[in-house]
Each structure stands twice: as C-alpha cells, then as structure tokens.
Design a protein around this ligand. Structure first.
Ligand SMILES: Cc1cc2nc3c(=O)[nH]c(=O)nc-3n(C[C@H](O)[C@H](O)[C@H](O)COP(=O)(O)OP(=O)(O)OC[C@H]3O[C@@H](n4cnc5c(N)ncnc54)[C@H](O)[C@@H]3O)c2cc1C
Length: 437
C-alpha cells in the first residue's frame, strides 16, 4: 500500500515536500497519497524578502523552478544606511555569487516570501497531474492521535476525522502540530525567543522619498531599526520594522510576546508598533506608519529559534521552521525548509516500509546544516541596535570604519553557514517537468 501523508502548512516547506515526493523514486504503485492542509483560505501573500543561498540554489534546479524564481526576485542591489534626514552615509552591495558568498545582508536570490510560496504551490500541482496533491485550505487540525501504524487527526472546521501513515508539521515557528504531538508544556523548552520582534508590509513605491534599488536602513536609539526595501516585481516598496523587546521607555518583552502570539489581532499589533516607532526620528517615519495602518499585508512575528533534540515522534515529523527555525537573521530559513523537504522525500522513498528509519535518515541529513545556520552572532544585534543616542553614534562610526577598511567584507565571507552546493545528498529523484504558472 502506498503511504498516505498529511502535510500541515502550505508556505515553503509544505509545497516543497509535496513536490519532491512526486519526484522521489517510489515504485509506481507505491507513490504516496499526499494531502496538504493550510489554515489560511489561500496561499498567504504576506512577508518580505527571503534569501535562497548555496544548497538552496541547487534545490531550485532539482524542482525545475530556478528560472521562475530568478525572474521574480526583488532586485535589491544592496544596503544603504541613512541618517535621520534620509541621506545615505554608507553603502554596500549584494552577494555577487550566492553559491559562494556567505551571510551577506542581501543575497543574489531575494524573493518575496508570498511569491516563493506561490511558485512552490504551483510547482506541486504541475509535476505529475493536478490531482496528485489534495489541498485543503481554510482548515486546521485540533487533534492528533497515533498508534504504531497510523495517525488519526481531526479537522477543526470540517469536523472530519481522517487517518494517515505520516503527518508532517510544516506549520512554522508557532507550529500547533508540534504542540499537539509533543505537548504544549514542551513549547517553552524548544522555542527560544531572541528578544527581537519584526513587522513586514508593503507600501506604494515613492522615488521622491528616496525609494531606490537598495534597502535603506535607519537605526535609532531605543533598539529600533526601520528599513524600506525595493520590489521590482510589483513596483512597490516593502517596509521592515525591527525592535528589541525591552527598552528604557518602559516597553517590555511580554507586551511584544503577547502581540506575537497566535490570536493577537492585527489592529493591536499595529497599535503597538505605532506607539513604539512614533518618535523614531527618521524623516520617513510618518510615511511608514501611515502606510502600515493602511496596508492589508501586514505581518508581525517574534524572532526566535526552534531547537529540538529530535524532530519526530512516532509517525509525526516536523519540517522547516516548525522543526528548526533559525530566525530570519540567519537568512537560511527558506533554504533549510527546502533541504528538509528534499531529504524527507528522498529518505521516505528509500525506506517506504520503515517510517522510523526514514525519519532518522532525514534528520541525519539535515541536522548538520541546521546546527551551522543556528549559530548566530545574536549578541551583535544588541550592539547594532543600541539603547542610547551615544551608542548609535558609536555603532555608525564603527560601521563606517569596517566598510571603509573592507573588514566588513571579510567578516561576511567567513561568518555564516557552510552552504556549498556539493553537500546535497543524492536520492535519485526524477528530472522535473517544465514549470507552468
Ligand atoms: C506570513 C508569513 C510571512 C513571513 N515573512 C517572512 C519574511 O519577510 N522574511 C523571512 O525571512 N521569513 C519570513 N517568514 C518565515 C519564512 O517563510 C520561513 O522562515 C521559511 O521560509 C520556512 O518556511 P516554513 O514553510 O517552514 O514555515 P512558514 O513560512 O512559517 O509557513 C507555515 C505555514 O503553515 C501555515 N499554518 C500555521 N499553522 C497552521 C495550522 N495549524 N494548520 C494549517 N496551516 C498552518 C501558515 O499559514 C503558513 O502558511 C514568513 C512566514 C509567514 C507564514
């Protein structure tokens, strides 16, 4: 009997797995039956630039979507640091070669997360035939029970009970697959907040305000940073607001943490950011906050890592951020999610009748990459986002010095995960057919 697999989440990891499973070398009558459930009514459009680096570039080829992804990049040329009156005081360019350059703030393949998710979703539908994957949007699981042979789940909205051989939680940092299978009490042990919060949204591009091909970043006292980034695809700009969750103005981590919990309203998140950034002092502040209130693609998230000793429990396995979120500071979340999807599909095809062995093999293949990506210089963010105006002056002077002496380039080259493409394991996947939109 072919495996029946339920994937929870349709962002990056979920549809990547649905695609790789169709390319993996299962015997014809052993091709798995794949269902994907996504809580949102459609593929979520929100999010800003995600980077694809090293191994991730090879995985785009394995999926046959390299051309589609490269045609959809945001076109970010690099980073400009700007002063309160919007003048550029420092600039550096993007990675010249995303296969070898490491950990640069702008990588060669930068694509909006929503667009990447859309391409992967379309990919999963046009590999074998349109019906190879059953998508269930606008629903979620509220119960997962398993015995040695099967997992029985309950779909909250439809009220259906269904049984699968394997459930894959690809439902992100705040995975409820994880909390249901491992228990909510374990969440505090595995989710490690990095003390930072970030909001992402798009706004009309306005060249008269200085919007250009660069990410323009402004940092100010109170551990706050604001950026405006280009998106050549939609003729819009994207805004990124970042704040450390505690500060001398009396704000506390718990308020930000509560705003980032599932169930918090977008209005309350916007209100918190409005108050936090109102006196940021950048000439662009009022424009950004006005557009934040108007936008309908606002996304707010805690910056955190997920660290677990084991990613599977019986027949429930975690994939992507749900298993090992490295945080957007790593620039590796999307690459790791795709690597996990590729390795899980390959391992299941190699051991279709021994799920435990397959899940262990998947973990063995991916964990070394995760361990490297999770080694972040998180302390450096506290230095980069100082509390006082004097601290901001000191950091600015240091950045100027590092860029001027090119020490910055050296730091970027030698710090960061090993993303050499030759580390990709071989599972004998089929060549993908041409990608269709
Ligand atoms: C809306 C959004 C915006 C993001 N923006 C950025 C960004 O700007 N920059 C960046 O670096 N990273 C961003 N990320 C994170 C980035 O996508 C991931 O780090 C990475 O690509 C790994 O993806 P993933 O598929 O493992 O998880 P995620 O991308 O987090 O996807 C999880 C998916 O699961 C769905 N889901 C959650 N709970 C359930 C449930 N109970 N049942 C069914 N479905 C569920 C979610 O709606 C989502 O589609 C964003 C994620 C999301 C969801």
């Amino acid at each position: 009997m072919p495996l029946s697999i339920l994937i929870v989440g349709c962002s990056i990891a979920g549809p990547a797995l649905a695609s790789f499973l169709q390319l993996a070398p299962f015997a014809d009558d052993g091709r798995p039956r794949i269902t994907v459930v996504e809580r949102s009514p459609a593929v979520r459009p929100q999010g800003q630039n995600v980077d694809i680096r090293g191994i991730g570039v090879s995985l785009l080829d394995r999926l046959g979507i390299a051309a589609a992804v490269k045609a959809s990049t945001t076109g970010e040329a690099g980073v400009q640091w700007v002063s309160a009156d919007n003048r550029v005081w420092c600039e550096f360019g993007s990675a010249s070669d995303s296969k070898t350059q490491r950990h640069n703030p702008t990588s060669d393949i930068e694509i909006l997360r929503g667009r990447m998710a859309q391409i992967l979703y379309r990919r999963s539908l046009n590999i074998t035939d349109e019906n190879a994957v059953e998508y269930v949007f606008d629903d979620y699981l509220d119960d997962i029970r398993q015995d040695d042979d099967k997992v029985t789940v309950h779909f909250s909205k439809s009220g259906e009970h269904r049984t699968f051989d394997l459930v894959v939680g690809a439902d992100g940092l705040q995975s409820t697959t994880r909390s249901m299978a491992w228990g909510t009490a374990k969440e505090a042990d595995v989710v490690h907040p990095l003390g930072m919060y970030a909001a992402f949204f798009s706004m009309p591009r306005d060249e008269s305000q200085g919007d250009n091909a660069y990410r323009r970043s402004f940092h100010t006292h109170g551990r706050r940073m604001m950026s405006i980034r280009p998106d050549q695809q939609n003729g819009r700009s994207t805004a990124l607001l970042t704040v450390m969750g505690e500060g001398k103005d009396g704000r506390s981590s718990s308020r930000f943490r509560a705003a980032a919990e599932r169930g918090a309203t977008v209005a309350s998140q916007k209100d918190l950011l409005q108050k936090t950034f109102a006196d940021a002092g950048w000439q662009q502040t009022s424009r950004i906050l006005r557009e934040m209130q108007a936008t309908d693609d606002f996304y707010f998230s805690m910056v955190a890592q997920v660290r677990m000793p084991c990613w599977h429990k019986g027949r429930v396995v975690l994939l992507g951020d749900a298993a090992h979120c490295a945080s957007h500071l790593s620039g590796m979340g999307t690459t790791l999610a795709m690597l996990g999807a590729y390795s899980l599909a390959g391992a299941l095809a190699a051991h279709p009748h021994d799920v435990e062995t397959a899940l262990t093999a998947y973990e063995d293949a991916v964990r070394p990459h995760v361990s490297k990506a999770q080694k972040l210089m998180t302390g450096i963010m506290r230095i980069f986002m100082p509390e006082t105006a004097w601290g901001v002056w000191l950091v600015d002077t240091t950045i100027r010095f590092l860029v001027w002496t090119r020490v910055f380039v050296l730091l970027m080259r030698f710090k960061g995960p090993d993303t050499e493409p030759d580390a990709l394991p071989e599972y004998g996947l089929a060549q993908p057919p041409k990608y269709k939109e």
